[in-house]
Write a protein that binds this ligand. Structure first.
Ligand code: FAD
Length: 564
């Protein structure tokens, strides 16, 4: 059996190695357009920033090491220029010699990845306007910085790659601005959670120019003008375009393969394309979203590696199936970690789901053990069924661990209530006896049992201030004095039982505390005393972070009030 693979990095290299492990006799040829195989795309921004010092650390394997271990013929600087399914061949150009030849296959795997999205704007090709995808792109940026010592950079786009690059360039001492049309960075996060990311990057001196449309680039004064719609241009010594990625599927299209979203290759759960004996993997393919069941394009390394393994199994006579992607991802944002899995609240609404959320601010580990830090966790679930749909966490230590637990829970089809039952490891340096994930489950169970009702940050401005309801802040007088929501009156939770007579009977009470814990306790006291109470999800801490990032909330979508 002869297997030809187009693209020798995440999906392609994984498939090649697994095919060899399953079949000692297969003839495996990989064509890779760049000069490197199996390189660490995810490490590239950190090489630019100097966190990874040794360029060799970026290349996990070389064609030689791959050959000696797996007997795979890895041909770098070879570009496949066309696919001919009728005669089961691909046409290949050797980029060093210019020679072109045809190579036959029994099975063909497409792992061409995705290209940085290049808008058709004037100046996109300028020498100081970069993109980042390959090792070569990385060296180009690094060499430019070494030779010209740019003092400022504009990142057009604030997704994963833009944000990682922004941090790394900032750490090189450059003045960094992120500009983009969306009003929030990192769209896997809801706008309220993104506020924590915005606050962190601003705290490190990165300027955010959000909600602006870039219209082109012009060289000026040794740097680049970034032209904006209806605004004065920005100016920087260099620009990196990172507005997203587009599946690199021109070859597949020309060969008549069925394409889907964003021009991605349509595959079934065995990763087979619409054309017999051609498989596809990774950033180039359309997947089923594990949570919504809808079509999705999810460009991440984990799915690419798993899919490569599945293809190898199927080519070698097995029957492996890809269950779908749920977009679990994590990113370092200076001192913080931001992680997400499943769908967020906004995506849930767009998918037509009736979603609700809990927001909590637990400590990363037991409060009495030194070094614990707060994290902000938002768990999204379906209101009727309590099906767990997604989670977002932003904090310091322990964020990655909690998101992976939540990702596993989603994969296992658990409800958000069942999070309370997970038997998770605990010792004071690592967690609390009630782990944050358990805490989220307790909170959802309380909602399910009608023990607590919530309102959300976007509801705060809509609460009547006409004395028809009671607005109560149950933090200490000191906390209240430092900042509170206009119209809320202060009775600390520990004084509440003794001061109930200050609250008019028959009026619904809206409660706020710092994180949502004391307001929950207050709500229980009030409910037990005949009042109807609801409390602010996430508390003043969450409200304050979002308000500091004002203008981002989609006030058109109130939620939670109907539970109140
Ligand atoms: P790739 O790994 O991109 O490989 C595709 C290869 O195919 C390329 O090397 C390309 O040169 C080659 N190719 C394309 N067309 C041809 C052709 N016609 N002939 C020959 N060769 C061809 N994901 C995460 O999960 N976490 C991260 O932290 C993360 N960070 C990232 C940081 C950066 C800077 C980048 C660029 C990506 C990052 N990713 C991250 C995404 C992750 O790298 C991709 O999802 C993953 O590599 C996709 O695997 P793939 O095999 O589909 O494509």
């Amino acid at each position: 059996m002869k297997v030809v693979i187009i693209g020798g990095v995440a999906g392609g290299a994984t498939a090649a190695a697994r095919i060899r492990r399953l079949d000692e006799r297969a003839d495996i040829v990989v064509f890779e357009r760049s000069g490197y195989v199996s390189y660490a795309n995810c490490g590239l921004p950190y090489y630019i920033g100097g966190v990874i010092g040794d360029p060799e650390a970026l290349t996990l394997q070389t064609p030689e090491s791959f050959f000696s271990r797996f007997r795979v013929d890895m041909r770098v600087r070879h570009e496949v220029t066309s696919i001919h399914p009728d005669r089961k061949t691909v046409r290949v150009r050797n980029l060093d010699t210019g020679e072109s030849f045809e190579e036959g296959y029994d099975k063909l795997i497409l792992s061409p990845g995705a290209r940085p999205t290049q808008p058709r704007l004037p100046g996109v090709g300028l020498g100081k306007v970069f993109t980042l995808r390959t090792v070569e792109d990385t060296f180009r940026i690094k060499e430019h910085i070494g030779a010209h010592h740019p003092k400022s950079a504009v990142l057009a786009g604030g997704g994963f790659i833009g944000l990682e690059l922004a941090e790394n360039l900032r750490q090189l001492g450059m003045a960094v601005t992120i500009v983009q049309r969306p009003r929030q960075l990192m769209n896997p996060f809801d706008p309220d959670m993104a506020a924590f990311i915005h606050n962190e990057v601003r705290r490190h001196g990165i300027k955010l120019t959000l909600g602006r449309t870039v219209e082109g680039f012009e060289e000026r004064g040794g740097g680049v003008d970034i032209l904006l719609k209806d605004e004065r241009p920005l100016h920087a010594d260099m620009v990196v375009l990172a507005i997203g990625v587009t599946p690199d599927t021109a070859l597949a299209r020309d060969a008549g393969l069925k394409l889907g979203l964003k021009g991605s290759i349509v595959v079934n759960d065995r990763m087979e394309t619409s054309v017999p004996d051609i498989y596809a993997v990774g950033d180039a393919v359309q997947v089923k979203h594990y949570v919504t069941g809808g079509d999705a394009v999810i460009s991440l390394a984990g799915p690419a590696n798993k899919q490569g393994r599945i293809i190898a199994d199927n080519i070698c006579g097995g029957d492996s199936r890809y269950a779908g992607s749920q977009g679990s991802s994590v990113i370092k944002v200076f001192d913080m970690t931001a992680a997400v899995t499943g769908i967020n609240e906004a995506h849930g609404r767009k998918a037509g789901l009736d979603v609700d959320t809990v927001i909590l601010s637990p400590m990363s580990h037991a409060g009495y053990y030194p070094g614990g830090r707060l994290m902000t966790m938002k768990v999204v679930f379906e209101r009727e069924t309590f099906r767990l749909l997604g989670a977002q966490i932003i904090g310091f230590e322990g964020v990655d661990k909690r998101i992976d637990v939540l990702a596993s829970a989603i994969h296992g089809g658990m409800t958000a209530i069942e999070l309370k039952d997970l038997d998770l490891a605990y010792a004071p340096p690592y967690s609390s006896a009630k782990d944050p994930v358990n805490m989220a489950g307790f909170m959802v169970e309380n909602i399910a049992k009608g023990l607590v009702k919530q309102f959300h940050v976007e509801d705060v401005e809509k609460i009547p201030r006409d004395k028809s309801v009671t607005l109560l802040d149950v933090r200490t007088a000191e906390e209240y004095a430092k900042g509170h929501v206009e119209g809320f009156y202060n009775i600390p939770v520990d004084e509440l039982r003794d001061r109930l007579k200050e609250l008019e009977p028959g009026k619904r009470v809206y409660l706020i505390c710092q994180s949502g814990l004391r307001s929950y306790i207050a709500a229980r006291i009030l409910e037990e005393n005949g009042y109807e109470a609801c409390h602010l999800a996430g508390g003043f801490r969450f409200y304050d972070a979002v308000m500091n990032d004002r203008g981002l909330i989609d006030s058109a979508a109130p939620c939670g009030m109907d539970q109140g």
